[in-house]
Design a protein around this ligand. Structure first.
Ligand code: SF4
Ligand code: F3S
Ligand code: FES
Length: 232
């Protein structure tokens, strides 16, 4: 089939502002948008810039706005999209080149909530045991691949760049509700501050956008409740 692909392009060394470029490509209905981008880069214009790695929905590096919605290019099939297919860089982030955005702030926010197990108790002889029920408590948020689809879909993030964003809260949730972890109070204090969970207005775009099916808004609500009740 013939596909019309429109890509929002920006080269900081040459362009004053972003511009749309259109490509006519031969593709299979089962091709992914990532295949189309590769075709442009490898056969038409080698300067096209975008991130990708695993090509199988695992690494989280090829999030972009496709036909107005944040998605992973490697998980979005041509047959599921109306034409022309439009591809833009993620909203709410500074564009570095073409589809590559500046993710420094995103990862700084992620690091700020200490996304690792905190427990200074003496190490047990074997592993730190946990019941299936306790493990289930944070199972959903372990699935995050840090793609940023949730954060780039959030109007509160667009309006307040200081908001840590849903992806950070999801990763805080993963440890706050882990019965083996001792850092919950510290993380809840960080998320109760300016730029934390209270910037979330329960808009739900994040949940709709998550390619891993994580109940993002629910996780944020659980963190809010833990702050209000002083318990997890
Ligand atoms: Fe991506 Fe979902 Fe994680 Fe957000 S919660 S960063 S959308 S995997
Ligand atoms: Fe934004 Fe999701 Fe909250 S879209 S406002 S983080 S529910
Ligand atoms: Fe890894 Fe798409 S390239 S998630």
């Amino acid at each position: 089939m013939q596909v019309t692909l429109r890509i929002k392009r920006y080269n900081p060394e040459r362009d004053r502002e972003a511009r749309w470029e259109e490509y006519q490509l031969e593709a299979e209905p089962t091709d992914r948008v990532l295949d189309l981008l590769n075709k442009v880069k490898w056969e038409v214009d080698g300067t096209l810039a975008y991130r990708r790695s695993c090509a199988h929905g695992i690494c989280g590096s090829d999030a972009m706005v496709i036909n107005g919605k944040a998605r992973l290019a490697c998980k979005t099939l041509v047959k599921d999209l109306r034409q022309p297919i439009t591809v833009e860089p993620m909203y709410g982030f500074r564009v570095k080149k073409d589809l590559i955005v500046d993710f420094e702030g995103f990862f700084a926010a992620y690091r700020s909530i200490k996304p690792y197990l905190i427990n200074d108790d003496p190490e047990p002889d074997r592993e730190r045991l946990q019941s299936p029920e306790d493990r289930e408590r944070f199972d959903d948020t372990t699935k995050c691949i840090l793609c940023g689809c949730c954060t780039t879909s959030c109007p509160s993030f667009w309006a307040n760049p200081e908001y840590v964003g849903p992806a950070t809260i999801v990763n805080a949730h993963r440890f706050i509700f882990d019965s083996r972890d001792k850092g919950a109070a510290e993380r809840l204090r960080i998320l109760n501050a300016r730029g934390g969970v209270w910037r979330c207005r329960t808009i739900f775009n994040c949940t709709e956008a998550c390619p891993r099916g994580i109940e993002v808004t629910r996780a944020i609500q659980e963190v809010k409740r833990a702050i209000l009740l002083g318990q997890r």
